[in-house]
Design a protein around this ligand. Structure first.
Ligand SMILES: Cc1cc2nc3c(=O)[nH]c(=O)nc-3n(C[C@H](O)[C@H](O)[C@H](O)COP(=O)(O)OP(=O)(O)OC[C@H]3O[C@@H](n4cnc5c(N)ncnc54)[C@H](O)[C@@H]3O)c2cc1C
Ligand code: FES
Length: 331
């Protein structure tokens, strides 16, 4: 049996149990969301003892070197002993300064951090509420802007999105952890064709990446696909149409499963995206964000269509596994 020490108390782990599940089972409240290694909201630090390499996959080298690990991906061998601490020191206090409805089910949330947050447009941060409820959101803003902008989809019964939509007023304080993720524009090949595809609020990081690329003087074609079930699920449509009118290399394609018309295409996003890809997509780069199933499926198909995996940047918006409304504490 492995055991974990946290704040001077010992917690035995069941065989094969993760550090996160073991601590939660025994009443220790650790911020968490996806429980699948995708959101980094469960970051903890090993104070004493060794964490398996699998618990540090996807973490920046600087975090790995300081013994941070993902509690949801950390399974210890029988007999192992690990002392852990929370990751509070990685969080920056922030204030929500503006909330604006972008569509009936998407809210723009702007935050001002109390200290500098160094990030690239398209990366994601984890927002942590005072009681420890944590959820990850992609950044639609550019680093040069004064505020961070998130696009939050309102989930029926959603703990974080419901709170933001219902209870929060400008001035509310939260903490921000991150940034993380490799979905961002890399300058250096201004003529490379870019393929950006997102469903729902998967538009948020793409919105930042497109602006970043255009401001960096990208001259190659930029194909931006935004998909929704029906036209009401699309947002920022007029603004993106205007950008496409100003920038001849930006091709914006809003897409719906049903109810298309005008320049809004009807059909499966994946098929429309794949129809744009040439036989040999040499030099193309892809950015895929949003619904996890859609992102993983398109990633695979682009690879089969000739994309190199290193040129496919993907952020799957894995949902939390918490029952709605459950409040995780603030380890
Ligand atoms: C890397 C990353 C980036 C993300 N970026 C964004 C972003 O930019 N914008 C954004 O809106 N979200 C984003 N998410 C998802 C976000 O972190 C939350 O999971 C989401 O906002 C729901 O949180 P909630 O507290 O409102 O709902 P919860 O209380 O977590 O969920 C309530 C119930 O709804 C289910 N549920 C949650 N999400 C969905 C969904 N999409 N579809 C169907 N059922 C669902 C849950 O499993 C649960 O049963 C991202 C996730 C990851 C991992
Ligand atoms: S990475 Fe551990 S809960 Fe999401």
């Amino acid at each position: 049996m492995a055991k974990v020490k946290h704040e001077a108390a010992w917690y035995p782990l069941e065989s094969g149990e993760t550090v996160l599940d073991g601590l939660l089972r025994q009443g220790v409240n650790v911020p968490h969301a996806c429980k699948a290694g995708a959101c980094q909201s469960c970051l903890m630090r090993a104070v004493e003892g060794t964490v398996p390499p699998a618990a540090q996959v996807g973490l920046k080298d600087t975090l790995q070197a300081r013994n941070y690990f993902l509690a949801c991906a950390c399974r210890l061998p029988d007999g192992a002993v690990l002392e852990v601490a929370g990751a509070r020191e990685l969080r920056i206090p922030a204030r929500i300064v503006a909330l604006e409805s972008l569509s009936p089910d998407v809210l723009s949330v702007r935050l001002e951090t109390e200290g500098p947050l160094s990030y690239r447009a398209g990366q994601y941060v984890t927002v942590v509420r005072e009681d420890g409820l944590a959820r990850s959101y992609s950044l639609a803003s550019l680093p040069r802007e004064r505020t961070l902008e998130l696009h939050v989809r309102l989930i029926p019964g959603g703990a974080m999105s419901g709170w933001l939509a219902r209870d929060v007023r400008p001035g509310e304080r939260v903490e921000v952890q991150g940034p993380a993720g490799d979905c961002f524009y890399v300058p250096g090949q201004p003529e490379a064709p870019l393929l950006l595809a997102g469903t729902g609020t998967g538009l948020a990081p793409l919105y930042g990446i497109v602006r970043d690329a255009l401001e960096a003087g990208h001259t190659g074609p930029i194909h931006l696909f935004h998909g929704a079930r029906e036209p009401g699920g699309l947002y920022l449509v007029e603004r993106l149409r205007e950008w496409a009118a100003w920038h001849p290399n930006l091709h914006y394609q809003p897409t719906v499963l049903a109810g298309g018309g005008g320049d809004v295409r009807e059909g499966a996003l994946e098929a429309l995206v794949l129809a744009t890809v040439p036989k040999r997509p040499t030099g193309w780069r892809a950015y895929l964000c949003g619904n996890a199933e859609g992102v993983l499926s398109l990633r695979k198909k682009l690879f089969l269509a000739g994309f190199s995996l290193k040129d496919i940047h993907a952020d799957a918006f894995l949902p939390s596994t918490s029952p709605a409304g459950r409040v995780a504490g603030a380890a």
